[in-house]
Design a binder for this molecule. Structure first.
Ligand SMILES: Cc1cc2nc3c(=O)[nH]c(=O)nc-3n(C[C@H](O)[C@H](O)[C@H](O)COP(=O)(O)OP(=O)(O)OC[C@H]3O[C@@H](n4cnc5c(N)ncnc54)[C@H](O)[C@@H]3O)c2cc1C
Length: 585
């Protein structure tokens, strides 16, 4: 029995010797946009989002190692970046050329009715919702993104993107395939009349004047703003670790990071990698590294992996599984410095306990920080839980400004209105859609009623978690099998507050989500343990809950087990690769 609380990732600060605050954003990049075209379509509204398609690993904002400080990085030509990536010729490009949409572009720049700031998961799902609701005219809506490509399913970057064979690549995992929905390529945005202003960093915002200033010096104005700036990976520099800008140190938040990681893996086959951090980025990257035949040592200060979510018993299962694949765990300590060769590359990681770990490459997954800085001090009720505080309509204290995804701290009805900032893809999708509904149909849109959901997939394993990990824990199922099916309930004040399941079927995942959503009553802990999964299945098959909380609409969970096509491919590919490896051995 254990009482745990899901803690924000900023906690990672305490894991490092220095706790200096992060430096201000480094300014890099420049640029471009594509001409818009039209079409507004109407279709269903609050369609629940689902599991991402797990197409590969991704990186963080910020551009990786050695690029802090002054402008050192330049993206060129962005409108059709995925075509460029895939070696095709861009079909058309403009660089601050004449704008052909409904926006006005004067000396000061352009004006839009709706601006989505940020081009990640939430932006893609918001765009689809706008298109389906037909809530804008040609050229009235734009997405401004620091990234060079149209919004994509970020979770794919630590999964299918890192596969040694058959790796996922754009345009295959643009949003919104992760929810088994449309694949939104740059062509789609063009057809929909949505302006993609890619490779463009916004460096300041003026909420009073409703303007954004880009790094290229353009002022873009809006009537309604959706902040979808997500989060960035915390860097070792922020903790005063010297030498952490080496070329073989990798982070993972965006596609540039993912490309760097792929190249690093290719450059040291059979070599040694040290993974710093035992959260989901560390765990998923470690799995990818061993799949790419690289020896892995994981270092983290906690007693066990996934310390913010897993119980000791759950963690033990996954750690055994990793160990059997050759991963070494070094727990309860942190890195203090690096050894480097004459070219500046890291050759070893030095730990606080004095150990030296040889390293051909290092992957760092030590948490994220929400990208709030543009708006700090600009909104009346501004920040909470490291994010921008919004109400149940995802609206900030300024009625023309909304915030969604990783950057938003919003009330969770299920947790009695507690304000939470979630760092999960399903939350980004759902909040984005809800904000658009709130903007376009304010009187018809009720406050969001979100059931927190998170998942991960490594090797051939796959788990899902719903709710909050507070209260007493009851484990159930088989923790010994190599094709496991086990889980845990968190029981708070006599009711189910959270549930975790590994290896479940679609119906089983749905069942645990129902039990959490309904806050199913638990009268006897021993009986709950005995019943295990059957408790949730029974609950999901019974009529209306006695908790007074009804399941509203088609719930999110119905989609989760329906992994997107690419997810299935990704898992199958890993399974296939392992199968082949075993046969070869
Ligand atoms: C590698 C990886 C794997 C993940 N796996 C999972 C998983 O398995 N399950 C799960 O539930 N969640 C997972 N997540 C988390 C999930 O991807 C995020 O919760 C989700 O991406 C949040 O969406 P968002 O739109 O809020 O932010 P993001 O997707 O991060 O998008 C933010 C966008 O804003 C842009 N931006 C920021 N500041 C500026 C600026 N000043 N000017 C212009 N543009 C700006 C960024 O460049 C980026 O395009 C994973 C995340 C990563 C990085």
């Amino acid at each position: 029995m254990k009482n745990t609380k899901y803690k924000p990732q900023q906690q990672i600060y305490e894991h490092f010797p220095s706790t200096n605050p992060p430096p201000p954003y480094s300014i890099h990049i420049v640029h471009v946009l594509t001409p818009s075209s039209v079409t507004s379509r109407r279709s269903e509204s609050e369609k629940p989002s689902g599991e991402d398609n797990g197409v590969g690993p991704a990186g963080s904002g910020g551009g990786g190692i050695g690029r802090q400080g002054n402008a050192t990085r330049r993206h060129v030509l962005l409108p059709h970046a995925e075509e460029v990536r895939s070696g095709q010729r861009p079909s058309s490009t403009t660089s601050h050329g004449p704008h052909l949409g409904g926006s006005r572009r004067g000396r000061m720049g352009r004006a839009f009715v709706y601006v989505i700031l940020g081009g990640g998961v939430a932006a893609g799902y918001a765009a689809l919702e706008f298109a389906r609701r037909g809530g804008y005219s040609r050229g009235e809506l734009c997405i401004i993104s620091e990234e060079a490509v149209a919004p994509y399913e970020r979770p794919a970057l630590s999964k299918g993107y890192l596969l040694p064979e058959g790796a996922a690549r754009l345009p295959g995992f643009h949003t919104c395939v992760g929810a088994n929905d449309e694949l939104l390529t740059t062509k789609w945005y063009k057809e929909q009349g949505i302006e993609l202003v890619l490779g463009t960093k916004v460096i300041s915002a003026d909420v009073r004047r409703k303007t954004l200033l880009t790094a290229t010096g353009e002022t873009i104005s809006y009537k309604t703003l959706i902040i979808a700036t997500g989060a960035r990976a915390l860097k070792l520099q922020e903790f005063g670790i010297q030498g952490s800008d080496a070329s073989n140190i990798c982070y993972l938040r965006n596609i540039d990071d993912a490309d760097k990681l792929v190249n690093a893996m290719k450059s040291c086959p059979g070599g040694n990698a040290v993974v710093i951090g035992g959260g989901y980025i560390g765990m998923e990257c470690a799995a990818a590294l061993v799949t790419n035949k690289i020896r892995v040592t994981m270092v983290f200060p906690e007693k066990h992996c996934m310390g913010r979510l897993f119980t000791e018993k759950i963690a033990e299962y996954y750690e055994k599984c990793y160990t059997s694949r050759g991963v070494t765990f070094v727990k309860g300590t942190v890195l203090t410095s690096f050894e480097r060769d004459t070219t500046g590359k890291v050759t070893a990681v030095i730990l606080k306990d004095g150990r030296h770990l040889p390293a051909d490459m290092v992957v760092v997954g030590i948490g994220i920080r929400a990208n709030t800085s543009l708006f700090e001090g600009q909104l009346v009720t501004s920040m909470e839980n490291g994010g921008i505080k919004v109400n149940g309509q995802l609206q900030t204290s300024d009625s023309s400004v909304y915030a969604v995804g990783d950057v938003a701290a919003f009330p969770i009805k299920l947790f009695d209105g507690d304000i939470r900032r979630l760092e999960h893809v399903d939350s980004a999708r759902r909040t984005a859609r809800h904000a658009v509904a709130s903007i376009l149909k304010p009187s018809k849109t009720r406050d969001i009623d979100y059931l927190p959901f998170f998942y991960s997939r490594v090797f051939t394993l796959s788990w899902q978690f719903y709710g909050d990990n507070v209260g007493e824990v009851v484990h159930f199922g088989d923790f010994t099998s190599s094709s496991p099916r086990f889980g845990a309930y968190w029981v708070n004040k006599g009711r189910i507050a959270g549930a975790f399941l590994e290896g479940g079927s679609r119906d089983e995942y749905e069942a645990i989500s129902v039990a959490v959503r309904r806050k199913a009553k638990v009268t006897n802990m021993a009986e709950l343990e005995k019943q295990g999964l059957a408790f949730a299945i029974q609950e999901s098959q019974t009529e209306a809950p006695d908790s007074g909380l009804a399941v509203v609409g088609k719930p999110t969970y119905a989609w989760h087990a329906t992994a997107g096509v690419v997810a299935a491919v990704s898992i199958a590919a890993i399974g296939y690769w392992y199968g082949r490896k075993r046969r070869r051995l």
